[in-house]
Design a protein around this ligand. Sequence first.
Ligand code: IPE
Ligand code: IPE
Ligand code: MG
Length: 245
Amino acid sequence: MSLKKFNTEELPQHIAVIMDGNGRWAQKQGKNRLLGHEAGAKAVRKTVEAAAKLGIKHLTLYAFSTENWNRPKTEVSTLMSLLVRSLRRELRRMTENNIRLSAIGSLDKLPKKVHEELVEVIEKTQSNTGTNLTLALSYGAREEIKQAIVDISRKVKNSIINVENIDETIINEHLYTQHLPDVDLLIRTSGEVRISNFLLWQIAYAELYFTDVMWPEFDEHELHQAINSYLKRERRFGKTSEQLT
Ligand code: IPE
Ligand code: IPE
Ligand code: MG
């Protein structure tokens, strides 16, 4: 499926993905859930490179939620070591593809090794000018909003911010995503139709795309399908259709 007939300006600026279904994909084949995560890492590579090829400016991937800490210990530690390995393995390709890495979430809760590797890849890809890839790690939207409220309250208390001046811009500036525009297109794989505590503030006007495809099966073609669906929609932002023309 080609996207050539569409202008770059029409493409979503910011795509966010809830990468779901690794475990079920593996279990369906009689394999261990953990192998699903390995396969999921390959789908991440394919998707990131496909987004870079299209010139998507911002791609945010939900890799580990605050709630995911409640999974069995072995699954959590496998996911963490897979992260370390993937970061190490992907650095070269990220550089070749001009991808700039960043991360959002309670990053201080990550194991030291993951944190160190993450910081290293973020630093080494800092000056890349292509797609800005953001990994949501130990991420929870409620936690993010709570933390913004705490930070703003503290500034009000210390007379750095005036209560009367608190607006959406100030709130945005206190979220993990302060450097990102709102999400234009939110994709979730695996047939689940829920948000699972992802970017609650930032998806206020996002177009939602749900697919039954399991995350390890997601690839360039699936990304193009999602974008094609997005491009067919009329984003009215509260206005009438007539007002848009
Ligand atoms: C998504 O796949 C990856 C993470 C949440 C880390 P799952 O592991 O949630 O897979 P399912 O939903 O159990 O199939
Ligand atoms: C959401 O997937 C989190 C990530 C994709 C990292 P989950 O599989 O954890 O979501 P729920 O708990 O089924 O909603
Ligand atoms: Mg899941």
